[in-house]
Each structure stands twice: as structure tokens, then as C-alpha cells.
Ligand binder design. Structure first.
Ligand code: HEM
Length: 508
């Protein structure tokens, strides 16, 4: 697929990144105030040439110090600087402003709803919009596109992705996958320390199998024993991991730490080619079987892929790739998060098992999932880049600055949720008169799936996959935790540090 030389391609990519800095000089006021304080007077972390803000994060001498995750970093920044904190050019990105008051980021996010701009994945954007422009032919995806390009794609795929008959279409297949996963865990639990080291691999295999069933219309067989290294399932898992790791290196590490950036960049381009080729192969198979079908199918019974194929084959492949990009680690993380909280709260687990066995409702299960998502967000803070100037809390925030809502941190503050560090699913079920009632928190505090028209398009698929798995898992297995507390580490998004001390037993 590659025609230009490596140097040409890389040079064009780096030139494009400079556009952002030119854009910053423009002015376009959204809000007026008589005497707002200038942007430069916002307290926070200043930047030094070359190293950016890295010095603030050095152990012992840095103002913030080494932190394992964003949550811990937000605690320090909030305490030290107050409700509005500026971070200049952190990790060689645009300036960021952290807003710790929900009313403040609500003001900005709502004002940006017409064209919500969520930066990130700059190299993937370059891949789609420049390097492989002829392949994508005006189809840019959701995670990377902005403005009119994003809106056009989202408008096309929304009806297919948000189909009301999702459960009827996918629940039986997802339940088969859940059954395989629970059978697998039942076998693996007796194989010494295997799960301690490789539980994360297993949950990722389940998550890939589930999302590929929806997005590629196929059963990959990820949960089978003895898969060879070149099995599509292993390749797709590696692709997804490589995309995250390489993107992290390219976009978030301080400039001087981006060793061998050019080779990292070209490696990423190769991985993206490979993922696109695999998705195209599976989508073609679905198209073939639709063409060979003899009977007309009711519109409401058509799968997501069939609906996407009716728009355009490229749209179907692009959306499949988006699902593979955004729907594997996110679901695996949330599943581990919920499993962990159930394992350290045996009373909640028993109550959930009772509900599942009664077969009457999923109310408690849904509340458990909401509570797990409150405790640990996959993405610790939401993000919008200001497309115009805002005046917030008496300060000017210029266009081009990234406005961060530290939702995970806020979701653990006593002022929004009583006993915030306790896993209490009941807070999502009790009524207004109860002090635990979740509605006492500002509605913008807990946003695990993001905000507004640009929020997660896979939310209902994710919830369906997780609920179906837990119905089987908690019915059949009792899970406990035999080790020190599970730790979160933050890279592009949150993940968990090994090892995993889950203990699975047959449930009575
Ligand atoms: C529990 C699991 C998941 C969580 C917590 C999650 C969370 C999020 C968040 C926070 C965003 C950013 C929203 C914003 O900027 O307002 C997002 C976007 C997105 N998610 Fe998810 N997600 C999950 C699962 C999935 C799945 C299973 C898929 C695909 C099937 C998916 C596909 C996407 C896509 C394509 C976007 C970009 C949407 C856009 O920009 O229009 N996600 N997700």
C-alpha cells in the first residue's frame, strides 16, 4: 500500500502537527465578561523549553511528583492550585485547563456541543486523512475526525449503532460467548497461578470475541485452546495493543523521550494497515452471505453490519475498526473493575446472585455496573478542545486549549457522593429522600461514557456484553480476592497492574 518514502511521510505528519499552534492565535469570543483575568494568570504548571512540564513530575523535587495514575495527579493539583488549573504543553501536547467545578466544564462542554472537538490519536488521524486518503475516500471514522467530517460520519452510523433491537439481535450470540468464557475460567481456576498472571489476557480474549461478533459479524474463536500465533484473534489483540502503545509513545511522551519516533510512527502505520486488511476480509464475507441470501429480511432484524453495508462498504469497515479500537480494552477494564468490586464485597455479590437466580429483573446488576463505573472510569477525565474563547470562573480560556473534566476524581468526593470510596450499588436505586441518593450529585460529575452528541456510541453494546457475562459468571462462580488491593495505572486510558488475585470457586 505504501508509495511515498518513509521520510516524506513522516515529514508531512510533523508539519501537520504545527497547524495547531498557528490556530491558537485566532480569536472568537463565546462569552463576554467585563473584567476577566487573563489566561496566563490561571494558576498551575508552567512549561520549560524541551522538557515541557516534566520537571513537575520528578520524584521528591517536582511539585506534583511521580504518580501512578491521573486520579492521584488530580488530587495533588486540586489541593495545590484550586478549582481552575493550567498545565502548559504537558507531554508535548496543547495546553490543558483542568476544571474541578462541574458548573464550569458544563458551561464549556455545552457551548461546544455544536462542533464537539475531542483531540487525540493525531497519528491515526494523519493515517486516515492523508497517508491512506485514497483508501478511505472521505470516510474518516469517529475517534479521529473533527467538525463536519465527524458529524457526517456519526450521523450516518448512529441509526445502525443505536438500533432499538440490539438485545434481540445479539443477546443469544453474546450469551454463547459468555458461556464459553465462564467454562474457560472454571477450567483455568485449577491451573495453579495461571490466572494470577494471565487473567487480563483471558478477559481481553472474551472482550474481543464479543465485539468482533457485533462489529465483524463473525465468531473468531478467541476462547479456544491452543490458538496459533497467527490466528486472527491473536493478531487483532496484538494490533489493538500495539495501536495503544505506539500512539502513547508518539503523542503523550515528552518530546525528548520519543526515541526512534520515526520508526515508531512507521510501525504504527503498518499495524493500522494490517487491522484494516483483516476487518475488510471479514466484512466482505458478511457481504457475500447477504448477497447469497434467498429470503428478504425484515428491516428490524438486520444486523448492524448489514445496515452499515447498505450505506457503504467503507463505512462498515471503518466502523468495525472503530469498534476494535474503542471496544476491547474499555470493556475488559470495566469487567475487571466490576469483578474486583464484587470480589471484595461478598454481601453485594450474594445479593446480585439472588437477583440473577430469581430471573426477574436486572436492576441490581445495572446498579452494580453503574457503581463500578463511578469508582473507576476507563478514561479518568473527559476532554474537549475549545473551538472558541470561553470565560470561565472569571478567567479567559483561549480557543485551542484542551478543557479537561476530571470526572473520575470528582466522582470520589464526599460532597457529591456520601461514603465515596465504598462500593454501594444501592445509591443508584434508592429514592430522593435517602441521603445516598445519586441524584444529589451534579449530573455532570459522573460521565463514564462521555458527554452529549459525541458520547460513547458503543455504550449499549458494552452494557449488553457485560450484563450477559455477569449473569452467567455470578450464577456459576463465587469470586473472592486474595491479595493486596488492585492498582490502576494510567496511560492513554486507565488499566490495571498485574498480578490479579481473583479466586474462583463453584457457587453454591
Ligand atoms: C464500558 C465500556 C466503555 C466505556 C467506559 C467507554 C467510554 C467512552 C468514552 C468516555 C468516550 C468519549 C466520549 C466523549 O468524548 O464524550 C467514548 C467514545 C467512543 N466509544 Fe466508547 N466506551 C466503552 C465501550 C465501547 C464499545 C464497546 C465501543 C464499540 C462497540 C465503543 C466505541 C466508541 C467510539 C467509536 C467512540 C467515539 C465516539 C465519537 O467520537 O463520536 N466504546 N467511549
Amino acid at each position: 500500500m505504501r508509495s511515498s518514502s518513509v521520510s516524506d511521510i513522516y515529514k508531512k505528519f510533523t508539519q501537520q502537527s504545527l497547524v495547531l499552534h498557528r490556530f491558537r492565535n485566532g480569536r472568537n469570543f463565546s462569552t463576554q465578561s467585563e473584567h476577566p483575568k487573563p489566561y496566563k494568570s490561571i494558576p498551575g504548571l508552567n512549561s520549560l523549553p524541551v522538557i515541557g512540564t516534566l520537571h513537575h513530575f520528578l520524584p521528591l523535587v517536582g511539585e506534583v511528583g511521580m504518580k501512578a495514575n491521573m486520579f492521584e495527579m488530580f488530587i495533588v493539583l486540586h489541593k495545590k492550585y484550586g478549582p481552575i488549573v493550567k498545565m502548559e504543553g504537558l507531554f508535548s501536547r496543547a495546553d490543558m485547563v483542568l476544571l474541578f467545578e462541574p458548573e464550569h466544564f458544563e458551561q464549556v462542554y455545552k457551548a461546544e456541543e455544536a462542533h464537539p472537538w475531542r483531540p487525540g490519536f493525531e497519528s491515526l488521524e494523519y493515517y486516515r486523512e492523508n497517508l491512506r486518503r485514497s483508501t478511505f475516500d472521505g470516510v474518516y471514522g469517529l475517534t479521529t475526525a473533527q467538525g463536519a467530517k465527524w458529524r457526517e460520519f456519526r450521523t450516518k452510523v448512529n441509526p445502525a449503532m443505536l438500533k432499538p433491537k440490539l438485545v434481540k439481535l445479539y443477546a443469544p450470540g453474546l450469551d454463547e460467548i459468555a458461556k464459553e468464557m465462564v467454562d474457560r475460567l472454571t477450567r483455568l481456576k485449577d491451573q495453579g497461578d495461571y490466572l494470577k498472571q494471565y487473567y487480563d489476557k483471558e478477559v481481553t480474549r472474551w472482550s474481543l470475541e464479543s465485539v468482533a461478533f457485533v462489529g465483524l459479524g463473525t465468531r473468531l474463536g478467541s476462547l479456544n485452546d491452543g490458538l496459533p500465533e497467527d490466528h486472527p484473534s491473536n493478531i487483532l489483540i496484538k494490533c489493538s495493543k500495539d495501536i495503544m502503545d505506539l500512539t502513547f509513545k508518539l503523542e503523550l511522551l515528552p518530546r525528548f523521550l520519543k526515541f526512534f519516533t520515526k520508526s515508531t510512527f512507521m510501525k504504527l502505520m503498518d499495524v493500522l494497515d494490517l487491522q484494516w486488511e483483516i476487518s475488510t476480509r471479514y466484512i466482505n464475507e458478511v457481504r457475500k452471505s447477504i448477497n447469497e441470501r434467498e429470503n428478504e429480511m425484515l428491516e428490524e432484524d438486520k444486523s448492524i453490519i448489514e445496515k452499515l453495508l447498505a450505506i457503504d462498504e467503507k463505512v462498515a469497515v471503518m466502523m468495525a475498526n472503530e469498534m476494535l479500537l474503542a471496544g476491547i480494552d474499555t470493556v475488559a477494564f470495566t469487567t475487571t473493575n466490576l469483578l474486583y468490586h464484587l470480589s471484595i464485597n461478598p454481601n453485594v455479590q450474594d445479593k446480585l446472585r439472588e437477583e440473577i437466580r430469581s430471573g426477574e429483573t436486572s436492576r441490581y446488576l445495572k446498579a452494580c455496573l453503574k457503581e463500578a463505573l463511578r469508582m473507576w472510569h476507563v478514561i479518568p477525565g473527559n476532554l474537549r478542545r475549545a473551538s472558541k474563547e470561553h470565560i470561565v470562573g472569571g478567567y479567559v480560556i483561549p480557543r485551542g486549549v484542551d478543557v479537561i473534566a476530571p470526572n473520575e476524581y470528582l466522582s470520589r468526593l464526599e460532597k457529591y457522593y456520601p461514603q465515596p470510596n465504598k462500593f454501594i450499588p444501592e445509591r443508584w436505586l434508592v429514592d430522593k429522600t435517602d441521603p445516598l441518593y445519586h441524584g444529589r450529585a451534579h449530573p455532570m460529575v459522573t460521565l463514564p461514557f462521555g458527554f452529549g452528541v459525541r458520547s460513547c456510541i458503543g455504550r449499549r453494546i458494552a452494557e449488553l456484553e457485560i450484563e450477559i457475562l455477569f449473569k452467567r459468571l455470578i450464577n456459576e462462580l463465587k469470586v473472592s480476592w486474595e491479595g493486596p488491593p488492585l492498582k490502576v495505572v494510567s496511560k492513554l486510558m486507565n488499566s490495571f497492574a498485574k498480578p490479579f488475585y481473583f479466586k474462583f470457586e463453584k457457587a453454591e
